[in-house]
Design a protein around this ligand. Structure first.
Ligand code: HEM
Length: 470
């Protein structure tokens, strides 16, 4: 496939995303083991917990999730606009740029070069590359949408355009791309900037990037139109309105202005509106089509993602309430919540997306066949069971820690109580990681145009029986 070919950017981005998933998720188990045996790997500076954590988070957020989202947009936008992508070559240049930026950034944090800003740790040189990649992606997408051959803008396009306008601004703010002196800026505490970014990377990038994927795959796989177009637009505007104000709910116990804290709590509760609008839309579109979950792998993954979106949003809004927030702050409750968002909601949705697009882009003769459906189902079961266990043990660890802190116990006395739960995280985490190796194998074999011999035989046998019966 050449760099100018139709869909080459979508394919290359999707494969890069799976590569980063495998690399960055594997670091999760290294950290989980370090929690159980802190001396494990002692003396190897580039494997110490704080460095690996940054590589894990950035590799998954900017490698796996962001590249999968962009792959999906490169697939969906030409189909929704009936126009070819303005420049596939530019799309592929961005794909290389993005991979280089991440390779430099992730290697950098492992070697100890960091900006030390949450979710924005990669060094400033990488920020410039990612910023350029974002702007070029925006240019390519907007030129394509401007040249569309259909009058109507499907709701997924609204979300994609929103992400590409908002996120470069959010990214520039969070990475302090103007390099301010430390301390106050425009009278604002730096932590406020940091958490404006920290939360909006979720709200105005991952959410606005994953929701259009669900709105695309749902009608395709159920063969029913989206229930409410206007409802989806209401959700879009409320999302934009409320999300931009929630960042300060991360620092409710810190010395930042009280009025800003109150706004962040109100906006967090306000997020119920777009979330419920989204869930009603998904539910009503699925009405009468739930059986499709038995045979459509992409649908099974994106519906799981939508269910986790509902859960994480309900949890997020309630844990922004001041009393509850001060109880669970600084505990593993938050880590469970972060994984519910990025692995549960966005991760499952991106896996569904990859299952949807890779066979369509890579199969020989356009047959749209996955290498192995069986492996894909194994992937779903292992990831789902592993993740539910992972979420439960971390939530239990969080509540145990919170109870201890509320009684004024020092951390060292709480640690023995959570050790077994951390062992549980390592076990369930290994299940999730193993499942991703299965996923990567399946995707790579599909990309090479292969089909599992046993499954091919079964399909041929079924076809033969159907032919006889007919
Ligand atoms: C797609 C999959 C995953 C995504 C997107 C993801 C994302 C994240 C994020 C965003 C954080 C930061 C959490 C916070 O700020 O509170 C984090 C931390 C962490 N993750 Fe993952 N993760 C994934 C899978 C895994 C797996 C399978 C494991 C296996 C054990 C794991 C282990 C950890 C650990 C140990 C931490 C550090 C927690 C702490 O600081 O206490 N992650 N991950």
């Amino acid at each position: 496939m050449s760099w100018n070919d139709r869909d080459s950017t979508a394919k290359n981005m999707a494969l890069s995303s799976v590569f980063w998933l495998v690399v960055a998720i594997s670091l999760g188990i290294v950290m989980a083991l370090e929690f159980i045996a802190p001396d494990f790997l002692a003396g190897i500076p580039w494997l110490v917990f704080p460095r690996i954590r940054q590589a894990h988070v950035n590799g998954l957020a900017f490698g796996f999730l962001s590249m999968a989202m962009i792959a999906g947009w490169y697939y969906m936008v030409p189909r929704l606009t009936k126009a070819d992508i303005h420049s596939q070559k530019l799309g592929n240049v961005v794909m290389v740029l993005w991979n280089v930026a991440l390779a430099v950034g992730v290697t950098g944090v492992v070697l100890g070069y960091t900006q030390a800003r949450e979710y924005a740790e990669l060094i400033w040189q990488v920020d410039i590359l990612i910023m350029a990649a974002l702007l070029l992606t925006g240019y390519n997408m907007f030129r394509t949408i401007a040249a569309r051959k259909v009058e109507h803008l499907y709701v997924s396009l609204w979300y994609i355009m929103g992400s590409l306008i908002w996120f470069p601004i959010v990214f520039a703010i969070g990475n302090v791309i103007w390099n301010p002196p430390s301390g106050a800026l425009f009278g604002l505490n730096d932590a406020i900037w940091g958490w404006f970014y920290g939360h909006n990377i979720l709200g105005l990038w991952f959410t606005t990037g994953a929701v259009p994927v669900i709105y695309y795959i749902l009608p395709k796989e159920t063969r029913r139109p989206l229930y409410g177009y206007t409802l989806a637009l209401i959700a879009f505007w409320f999302l934009a309105f409320f999300y931009s104000g929630v960042g300060t709910h991360h620092i409710l116990q810190s010395p930042v202005p009280e009025w800003l804290k109150t706004i962040s709590v109100i906006c967090s509760i306000g997020l119920f509106i777009p979330v419920l609008a989204f869930v009603i839309n998904v539910f009503m579109t699925m009405r009468g089509s739930w059986r499709a979950l038995y045979y459509s792998i992409p649908l099974r993954f994106v519906i799981s993602g939508a269910a986790f979106y509902l859960l994480v949003s309900l949890q997020g809004s309630t844990q922004a309430l001041r009393g509850f927030n001060s109880f669970i702050h600084f505990t593993n409750w938050t880590v469970a919540h972060a994984h519910l968002a990025l692995l549960g909601f966005v991760g499952f949705t991106m896996m569904g997306l990859i299952y949807y697009i890779v066979p369509r882009l890579c199969s020989l003769d356009g047959q749209c066949l996955l290498y192995s459906e069986r492996l894909a189902w194994i992937h779903w079961w292992l990831t789902t069971i592993g993740f539910l266990g992972f979420f439960l043990v971390l939530t239990a660890a969080g509540l145990t820690q919170a109870g201890g802190y509320a009684q004024g116990l020092p951390t060292v006395m709480i640690l023995p109580a959570v050790r077994n739960l951390w062992i549980g995280r390592a076990v369930t985490g290994s299940m999730i990681i193993g499942a991703q190796y299965v996923f990567a194998f399946n995707v790579v074999m599909t990309a090479r145009g292969k089909m599992n011999a046993k499954e091919t035989e079964a399909i041929e046998a079924n076809a033969a029986v159907e032919a006889v019966e007919a």
